[in-house]
Design a protein around this ligand. Structure first.
Ligand code: PHE
Length: 455
């Protein structure tokens, strides 16, 4: 196993760059759009508590496992299995990661397209004033072509950056955008906490009602904890293949988890006080929650100074697009790196294939909100199926395979070398990591899965 970073595949320049690029992958629509949707659908505070437990005991150790698999193998998600576990059936997890990455990017680009449209609307001052925002949203997403145009635009942006190589693009760009996103989110949360429904919103977020805890809620929380941290699909393995040998894996993973969790929870503190402030809005509004409630927040918060409402909503949706972009690039990179490494294709050519496939699948997802609304299986359309299958099936299985491999099969000397940077760092929390990756993570996933099957 190579310990050098000079493999010609490129590398991230600085430790801050590593953290911000990985946090850029983690922080995205999963935090600001999917997390509040899941919290709203699954009963609030109790869901958040379970979610936090999954982040700490499952996603964090598996993230460390992915980091060390990527840096140890210097390869993409399938290549990492080939290098580290030759001929092992666990390689299926690598291919499942590729599949999940493509499915996630397809439905993710639909929502990212909506955020593009909302950026254009808010910059054109079309989101101001007394409007029925639920109707505005419904009309847009059910339109047969408009969301598709934005979806394609978003995928072109993703493609454009990936085709140019991740190193300078992603790293430099994440360093600029991530701090801005964090500042805006904090300001919005402070504004939302002064809204009339703030108390009811805070109660919903802070007072757990464990009677709402069902096996399905557990599976949702686990799926969300994996999705939000980009864990289980080999995305972080791919990124870690670009890490230098000085990169501190444990502390980078901790920082990424911390940033991601703070952004997700803070998004809840923006959305829910707002939902309870405006009559007629409901916490379980589903995927439209962010697009319907946020315009109300902007208008209500800045009613005495609408120009600030304009500035803030424009900036917020723009930053949402950028947050989505730093994540979509990382999903795209899973398959692009696989094709480039495995089939000796040029990066540009590989990226074109990935973009074309995701565009076709994305169009199907987009149509499931409009003309294809009637086509459902078990009550779910294409979009919902992609989300369900990737977050509740592929990601947990990926996490299971990764933690079993690192906990039980990978030579522990290599694990130690990776975690201590070949003995140059003190060995902190090694016992805890080992316990979590050997027992807690795999058993946790298995139990939640079996529980789901039995109900
Ligand atoms: N973590 C990203 C988000 O929260 C989504 C993602 C999933 C990114 C899987 C990469 C891989 O938006």
């Amino acid at each position: 196993m190579s310990t050098s970073s000079s493999t010609g595949r490129g590398s991230f320049g600085t430790s801050l760059g590593v953290i911000l690029a990985s946090a850029g992958s983690a922080v995205g629509l999963g935090n600001i759009w999917r997390f509040p949707t899941e919290v709203g659908n699954n009963g609030g505070a109790a869901f958040i508590l379970v979610y936090l437990a999954f982040v700490l005991f499952l996603s964090l150790p598996v993230m460390v496992c992915e980091f060390l698999m990527g840096r140890s193998s210097h390869s993409n998600t399938v290549g990492a299995w080939k290098v580290l576990a030759p001929k092992s059936p666990l390689i299926v997890a690598g291919y499942l990661g590729i599949l999940a990455g493509v499915l996630i990017l397809s439905f993710y680009s639909v929502v990212a397209g909506w955020t593009l449209d909302y950026t254009v609307l808010s910059l054109g001052n079309k989101l101001a004033g007394d409007q029925n925002y639920a109707a505005v949203f419904e009309t847009f997403v059910s339109n047969p072509w408009k969301p598709i145009v934005y979806l394609c635009l978003f995928l072109f942006l993703t493609h454009w950056i990936v085709a140019r190589g991740v190193e300078r693009g992603i790293e430099r760009y994440s360093r600029l955008m991530m701090p801005m996103l964090l500042v805006i989110i904090v300001v919005l949360a402070l504004s939302a906490s002064r809204m009339p429904g703030a108390e009811a919103g805070l109660t919903f977020l802070l007072r757990p009602d464990f009677s709402k805890m069902t096996p399905d809620v557990l599976l949702s929380a686990m799926g969300q904890a994996l999705f939000s941290l980009s864990v289980g699909v080999g995305c972080l393995t791919t990124y870690a293949s670009y890490f230098k040998k000085e990169t501190k894996l444990m502390s980078s993973a901790l920082s990424v988890c911390l940033i991601d969790t703070l952004v997700a929870v803070t998004s809840g503190f923006i959305i829910f006080p707002a939902v309870f402030s405006v009559s007629g809005l409901s916490v379980d509004a589903g995927p439209g929650l962010v697009f319907i409630t946020l315009p109300y927040v902007f208008n209500a918060t800045f009613s005495s100074a609408p120009v600030w409402g304009y500035v803030f909503s424009g900036l917020f949706y723009l930053l949402l697009v950028l947050a989505a972009l730093t994540s979509s690039i990382s999903m795209h990179e899973i398959s692009t790196a696989f094709l480039t490494d495995n089939y000796q294709m040029s990066r540009k050519y590989a990226a074109r294939i990935v973009t074309a496939v995701c565009m076709l699948l994305g169009i199907a997802c987009s149509l499931s909100f409009g003309p294809w609304k009637e086509y459902t299986l078990c009550g779910m359309g294409v979009f919902d199926w992609f989300d369900y299958f990737s977050a509740r099936f592929c990601m947990p299985l990926g996490a299971l395979a990764i933690s079993i491999f690192v906990g039980w099969i990978m030579p522990q000397r290599e694990v130690r070398n990776q975690l201590t940077n070949w003995g140059t760092l003190p060995i902190v929390l090694y016992g805890t990591f080992r316990f979590l990756s050997r027992w807690v993570a795999p058993l946790g996933v298995a139990i939640v899965f079996i529980n789901e099957l039995l109900h």
